[in-house]
Design a protein around this ligand. Structure first.
Ligand SMILES: Cc1cc2nc3c(=O)[nH]c(=O)nc-3n(C[C@H](O)[C@H](O)[C@H](O)COP(=O)(O)OP(=O)(O)OC[C@H]3O[C@@H](n4cnc5c(N)ncnc54)[C@H](O)[C@@H]3O)c2cc1C
Length: 518
């Protein structure tokens, strides 16, 4: 097969971002995706006639505006809208809390639970806004060495800041700002998304700020919805990459990355086709790249040992449902669309509830009372299913990949039942409204999407695997010990989420090498 300047292994959104930048720079680029659709974890698929689901990722807002601009994504169908309200949390006592995109409204809502917390909330947002400005500046760059990163925290105030964001737990940081259990419950929901950790685990405070990296249409700190579901983002990226000249081939898995004299020179596909390339960009995770796609003899054993030691811990089950009617919440009754149906609907009545859910999983059992993060996508995008029906996406934690007893194939429908029953405690009509559902376990995520251990970020985003420690110390700059092989997926800095950042950063480094004259 004729050669390419670059072959991208995997058509996840980061692979597509890399392909778009490389093709726009004039290189001949090929993307090979094993699944029949592009997007990886950021996909939309028609699972029933006329019904399309965001099967894994479910909320937009992290995609870097620079990527949207550079790849002209609006021309290719990218459109996102903020959720408003952002959050709805029902409580067992019949009350509930809503967080809007309107500061005054939020202060009134929080004051119903605690006047002191309403006053503290703007200070809390300001605290994280300052921190996130520092972090945001590092997102579209290779991360600085750890010593430089820590060197930024000099002086007592800065050391206090380092303690808070790098060492403290989410629960203890929230205790510093707030007194109401309900307010803390609403704010804690984002802290352990995708992590093998509970809100009292040291180092989880940083994820409280992660949610503030979201931005939609220039409005910072907002989560939202992408037209066409999360695959809408990936389809726009694919169209943009093709427009700039890239070739994308779905249903084409890569079996091996080919090397000559220690340098990547192409790939071999599952049907034994060999494709030559000057560079290979791996959108698949670092563990699969080095332990399965490369001949172990070409990789330095010390490096390989470090890659094998990277943690990838699945903790999520996803349940996607088609509903015949909207969930009718006891605390806000009604089956017609109301504001609380338009954003995140979370089941997390307290910080302790989330910690207890993690307690189960620590010892290998799915949570008896799981944390849920739900979105009714078709309420904001009716094109996703026929009139009168609704799609419901339920993200649930914790579901440990490594079970203490039984197998995921045997237990998945039982866990799916627990997830549905947990939400039905707040919206009793849910169980009979479900016309169809699919349950996706960590094992399914590994088998079908290639996520090692079912880890939703390819590899864990715990503090010991972030910044210059991602994927391994010394190799955070997208190059690898194999010349001509780059990592462009979310197991590289800055990690998971539909940001496009690893894809952007890796393409820039590959371009430096492929076009040394600039
Ligand atoms: C359940 C779940 C919920 C999430 N929710 C959100 C959310 O709401 N918002 C958000 O921003 N992020 C969310 N995330 C995280 C986010 O989706 C991922 O971090 C992101 O999509 C990863 O993109 P990627 O391109 O780096 O990698 P991936 O999406 O992992 O892409 C890798 C691609 O490589 C392909 N591949 C694997 N092996 C081969 C092979 N041998 N040959 C060819 N191709 C191969 C895979 O099929 C896949 O398409 C969620 C993730 C999951 C799993």
């Amino acid at each position: 097969m004729p050669g390419f300047d670059a072959v991208v292994v995997g058509g996840g959104h980061n692979g597509l971002v890399s392909a778009g930048y490389l093709a726009k720079a004039g290189l001949k680029v090929l993307v090979l995706e094993r699944r029949p659709v592009v997007g990886g974890a950021s996909c939309t698929e028609e699972l029933l006639p006329g019904v399309r689901f965001s099967r894994l990722a479910y909320s937009a807002g992290l995609l870097r505006p620079e990527v949207v601009r550079d790849l002209e994504l609006a021309r290719f169908g990218y459109e996102a809208q903020p959720f408003d309200p952002q959050f709805f949390l029902p409580f067992p006592d019949g009350d509930s809390i809503l967080l809007w995109n309107d500061n005054d409204r939020n202060l009134k809502e929080l004051a119903r639970f605690s006047k002191k917390d309403a006053e503290a909330y703007p200070k809390y947002v300001a605290f994280w806004t300052d921190v996130m400005e520092l972090i945001e500046a590092m997102v579209l760059e290779a991360p600085p060495p750890l010593a430089d990163l820590l060197g930024m925290f000099q002086g007592a105030d800065a050391e206090e800041l380092a303690k808070r964001i790098l060492l403290q737990s989410a629960a203890s940081l929230l205790d510093e700002f707030f007194e109401s259990e309900e307010v803390k419950a609403m704010l804690v929901t984002a802290t352990t998304i995708g992590l093998p950790a509970g809100p009292r685990t040291p180092g989880t405070a940083l994820m409280l700020g992660h949610m503030l990296l979201h931005e939609i249409n220039g409005v910072k700190q907002t989560f939202g919805y992408a037209k066409g579901g999360m695959g809408g983002i990936s389809f726009a990226l694919a169209r943009a990459a093709e427009h700039f000249g890239a070739t994308i081939r779905a249903s084409t898995g890569v079996r091996r990355i080919l090397t000559r004299d220690g340098r990547a020179v192409g790939v071999e596909t599952d049907d034994s086709t060999r494709i030559d390339a000057r560079a290979v960009l791996a959108n698949v995770d670092v563990k699969t790249t080095f332990t399965r796609l490369l001949d172990p003899d070409v990789v330095d054993p010390t490096f390989l040992g470090k890659v094998r030691a990277i943690k990838a811990t699945g903790v999520v089950t996803k349940v996607n449902c088609l509903l015949s009617e909207l969930p009718d919440f006891s605390c806000r009754p009604g089956k017609t669309v109301q504001p609380h149906h338009r954003g995140y609907i979370d089941v997390c009545p307290s910080v302790d509830y989330l910690e207890r859910a993690w307690d189960d999983a620590k010892y290998g059992s799915p949570s008896e009372e799981p944390f849920l993060d739900c979105v009714l996508h078709s309420v904001t995008d009716p094109s996703l299913c026929p009139p009168g029906k609704f799609t419901l996406s339920i993200y649930s934690q914790y579901s440990p990949y490594a079970l203490r007893s039984g197998s995921w194939d045997d237990r998945k429908e039982g866990v799916g039942d627990t997830v549905v029953e947990t939400l039905a405690q707040f919206a009793p009509n849910l169980t009979r409204a479900i016309e169809w559902r699919e349950v996706i376990t960590p094992l399914d995520m590994e088998r079908e999407w290639g996520l090692p251990g079912g880890c939703i970020y390819q590899t864990d985003m715990t503090p010991d695997q972030l910044f210059s420690l991602r994927p391994v110390p010394g190799w955070a700059g997208y190059r690898t010990p194999v010349a001509g092989l780059y990592l462009c997926g979310s197991s590289s800095h800055p990690g998971g989420g539909v940001t496009g950042a690893p894809g952007h950063n890796a393409a820039r480094v590959a371009l430096e090498d492929l076009r040394p004259s600039g």
